[in-house]
Design a protein around this ligand. Structure first.
Ligand code: FAD
Length: 341
């Protein structure tokens, strides 16, 4: 098995992601729990703060008392890469340039090394999957921008692993500081009718400065940190929907197959999808039957995350001042009820 990753190694930047059941069972089965517990955040709530930093409401982040983890994406991928090393050859700094499927498998053309044949090609290359584009067609057919953008950057300084996530809202925009296992990061999440190319660093920074330039709380300092940094992340929040996940010997996995890039348990769905695909391949002699089985068993799970998106996005980023106030008041009532029980 060959794994091709365009980055030079396991990426150094990444947001915290969740490993929830049943992905928790998968990492437990792989023997990764001790390693992941060592690096997991201990975040239990998002605390909403007003323009002067006063806590106005809070939202619990845990769905299970002890069977879920929040881990930096970098730490999670490093652990998964290490556990797969005995059975896979990792080629970092390489990318797929072309795929020629035929009746016996596929010839894969790489950017740097010579072409090779494979029985199966799995496109697990994220929201903007090149494998999907090469085999299924242009991104526009499968990826819909949802009118929101997200920008993240790592901050200097340290945080306590159990610190809450701090979030400040104005209508249609949120900014959150996440302790991220001791190495804090900031995320800007906002709606905008403006359509920019998220890969255009000048346009994305200008839009971010326009939306957040006049906000209070710690926003001036956080915005300045983003604008001064070289290693930043910026993208439109996208929904990926593909009518089928497989074309001949090529199949899609994780965000490439189905996701809302930011909301909706994407890392859990990616891990569970990989496990289901492996089980389906193991349980069927014929590749088409195995891929049909993978899709039949995993589609429902992947779709669950997409259904939650409208609610989660309006909870975290209400569109009006009244919406922000109602959200905070409702969370205070829920918080009072759960502490008096
Ligand atoms: C800001 C942010 C916050 C998030 N927070 C959460 C969260 O709290 N909880 C949660 O569950 N999920 C969260 N997610 C979503 C989660 O990160 C994804 O759902 C998950 O990482 C999907 O995994 P994946 O392997 O499918 O894709 P990715 O993690 O995107 O990995 C794709 C990999 O493919 C590589 N690649 C891309 N193109 C090529 C190419 N042409 N050739 C070779 N390699 C290539 C990339 O370098 C990358 O390493 C968040 C996402 C973002 C952006």
């Amino acid at each position: 098995m060959v794994v091709v990753e365009r980055d030079q190694g396991v990426r150094s930047s990444g947001s915290p992601v969740d490993v929830r059941e049943p992905a928790y069972d998968v990492v437990e089965g792989l023997g990764l729990l001790p390693r992941l517990r060592d690096v997991a955040t201990d975040v239990r709530e998002v605390a909403f703060v007003d323009a002067v930093g006063h806590r106005v409401a809070a939202l619990g982040t845990r769905r299970s008392r002890d069977r879920e983890l929040e881990v930096d994406r970098t730490d999670l991928s490093a652990a998964l890469v290490d556990v797969a090393r005995p059975v896979a050859e990792f080629r970092f700094g390489e990318a797929v340039a072309g795929i020629r499927p035929d009746a016996r498998g596929a010839e894969v053309i790489f950017e740097r090394s010579a072409a090779e044949r494979f029985d199966l090609v799995v496109g697990s290359d994220g929201v903007h999957s090149r494998v999907r584009r090469l085999v299924f067609g242009p991104e526009a057919g499968y990826v819909r921008q949802l009118g929101m953008y997200v920008a993240t950057v790592r901050l200097s300084g340290v945080a306590q692993r159990g610190d809450p996530v701090l979030m400040h809202n104005v209508p249609d925009a949120a900014v959150a500081v996440h302790p991220a296992g001791g190495r804090p990061g900031v995320a800007f999440l906002f709606r905008s009718a403006r359509r920019i190319d998220p890969r255009d660093a000048v346009a994305s920074r200008a839009l971010l400065a326009e939306v957040y330039g006049s906000l209070r709380w710690r926003v001036p300092e956080l915005l300045a940190a983003y604008l001064a940094a070289a290693d930043t992340y910026f993208d439109a929040v996208c929904r990926v929907r593909t009518p089928t996940w497989s074309h001949g010997p090529v199949t899609l996995l994780g965000d490439a197959a189905s996701c809302v890039s930011l909301f909706g348990d994407g890392s859990t769905a990616a891990i569970v999808g990989a496990w289901t695909l492996a089980e389906s391949l193991d349980g069927h002699d014929s590749l088409p039957a195995a891929l049909a089985d993978y899709e039949r068993r995993h589609r429902g799970f992947a779709a669950r995350g997409q259904r939650a998106v409208p609610v989660v996005s309006h909870l975290l980023v209400p569109s009006t001042r009244i919406g922000v106030g109602v959200r905070n008041a409702a969370l205070r009532v829920v918080g009072r009820r759960s502490t008096t029980r």
